[in-house]
Design a protein around this ligand. Structure first.
Ligand code: CO
Length: 277
């Protein structure tokens, strides 16, 4: 069995998006433009309402999927097709934008910690213009498994220790795990061969990923391989391990539109401007 290891380390950059929400952009910035099929990873974390209260007012998406995972705080989602969703702590929304939606993501709290992630997952050419689809998943539907002593894993997508995550029917066959590691804990995580993957430590000081220390707020791009060795650091830690099947297609991106060619981007902008979303 071949082990995966860290090939690159990426540090997020501080930026703002939406109506001024402060966040850390980890994928989708000069240090890591994309990691096929992943186009963007943001971590938003603040206990100052000024950093998030303006939210993400109405904006379009076409050609890919947005995945929101809330750790703390409360966001309300709504779109121009009448879909409404409530994102509470521990919940996940996997939205397939497909041919296009206009939506907003607005904080429903006036103080306290707001913390979570947004990941963008690309769609292949054949699915870019598919009908929009939502998977709104409350925390009670996310299995929690303990594959070894001191290891607790929330299985959002993929299969681990006999549990399969609730996200289904996604073309890139994603694995999305929230892994808690106590000091001294260790385990071997199988990941699908050929998937591109990364690990991102978001709580605690550090964890051992592929035998190397990965610090908080550091993303490790993983090599090819069949399995990943994980172990706890000196303090309890939590990390995301995410993997997906690469598309190996050309990517043309412009803000919230991700297509294969510049012509398709022009078409997306024209469709948006003429109200075809
Ligand atoms: Co959005």
């Amino acid at each position: 069995m071949s082990d995966r290891h860290i090939t690159r380390r990426i540090h997020g950059i501080d930026t703002a998006d939406g109506a001024g929400v402060k966040l850390k952009r980890i994928i989708g910035q000069p240090g890591l433009d994309m990691l096929d099929p992943f186009l963007l990873l943001d971590e938003f974390r603040s206990d100052s309402a000024d950093d998030y209260i303006a939210g993400f007012p109405e904006h379009p998406h076409r050609g890919f999927e947005t995945v929101t995972y809330m750790l703390a705080g409360h966001m309300q989602h709504g779109d121009n097709h009448g879909n409404r969703g409530d994102l509470t702590p521990g919940s996940v929304q996997w939205m397939t934008a497909g041919r296009g939606i206009l939506h907003s993501e607005m904080p429903q709290q006036e103080n306290g910690l707001m913390w979570g992630f947004q990941l963008w997952v690309n769609l292949p050419a054949k699915d870019k213009m598919t009908a929009p689809r939502y998977q709104d998943i409350g925390p009670e539907r996310i299995p929690v498994v303990h594959p070894a002593a001191g290891v607790e894993v929330k299985v959002i997508a993929g299969t681990l220790a006999g549990a399969t995550g609730p996200v289904e029917g996604i073309v890139t066959a994603p694995v999305y795990l929230d892994i808690g590691l106590q000091p001294g804990a260790k385990f071997t995580l199988d990941l699908p061969v050929g998937h591109h993957g990364f690990a991102y430590v978001f709580d605690g000081e550090s964890a051992l990923v592929g035998g190397e220390q990965l610090r908080r707020s550091e993303l490790g791009v993983l090599s090819e391989g069949e399995q990943l060795q994980l172990a706890g650091g000196d303090q309890p830690s939590r990390l995301l391990v995410v993997a997906g099947k690469p598309l190996n297609e050309s990517v043309a991106r412009y803000g919230p539109f991700v297509m294969n060619t510049p012509e398709q981007i022009h078409e997306a902008i024209a469709d948006f401007r003429t109200g075809k979303f």
